[in-house]
Write a protein that binds this ligand. Sequence first.
Ligand code: SF4
Length: 339
Amino acid sequence: MKVFGKGPKIFPIFLPNLGCKGTCVYCNQRVMTGEELLAPQELARNDFSKVDEIAFYGGTFTGLDLNLIEDYLKLAPEKPKRISTRPDAITEEVVALLKKYNVRTVELGIESLFEDVLHASRRYYDEGLVRNVIESLKKDFDIVAHLMTGLPKDSSEKSLISTLKLLEMGVKTFRIHPTLVFAGTELEKMYRSGQYEPQPLEEAVITVARILVTIESHGGKVIRLGYHVPKSQNGYIVAGPYHPSFGDLVRARLVKEIVNSLRIKVAYVPGRFLPWFTSYGNNELDLTLIPTEGEEILLDNLAFVEAESLYFQRFVKQTIFKSAHVANLDFSEVSTCKS
Ligand code: SF4
């Protein structure tokens, strides 16, 4: 099993679809991840001494039988743990176990705060439940919210409003996944029968770029843009906005939008960020690019995050406000959008 990532060394354990009460229309984790389920006894043979954290991905960790939850969490008890689950599978008993066994981070598959979108994906909870769960978890755990775009009955405006509401609930860290159609899912049937149309790649990139700037301009961070689909599983993607470098596409698009909208003339860019300014058509931008040795991007005299905030205030917020109003969406609790 591979330990990856530049930051803390995370030992990932995949529990494909384990603990799920039903199957969401877009989900088939065996083909999405290619991972096999391993029991706690098999996992205990691993050497965890060199890892910083053990993460349980996939499935609904807190939906498992309490004894099984405990068996998994007893692996290397001294190591911090990260689990992924969904908001309607959190109970007081489970929270007590998570605290007892050194769980530091709870990744919550929220996906949307719109009931019509959630129900169309066979996820039967609502915004009120999500709010309560976040409130009950946030003092003891770091929360990572997962959001999806392009679900059945979804729209870019709904995705942006869900993002803003989660920021207001105190969530700071996100993973954003555009919906892909995988083989063997209900969504594949819906797609083949014409009931579901995937987001085109261009629309997914723009939507996710706007979600990204919304999060970063409110002090949050995004730790994943787009699904990581192992090469071996690419053949199971039937349709949808898949790109192997989706995150770079989004970053490059955001740079383009900011530079054009704010009429930026000079960018001072540390080497590791240069591809955002030179790839995916951005070498055509009317911009003087000055590579630097520093750590921070400067756009004219603005730090990158200041430019993001300005772009959010002047353009994204207005777009959300107008579209949400036209589509009669609920933005009453989104104070950022009140004008
Ligand atoms: S999306 Fe999550 S909750 Fe839904 S079936 Fe897949 S693993 Fe289970």
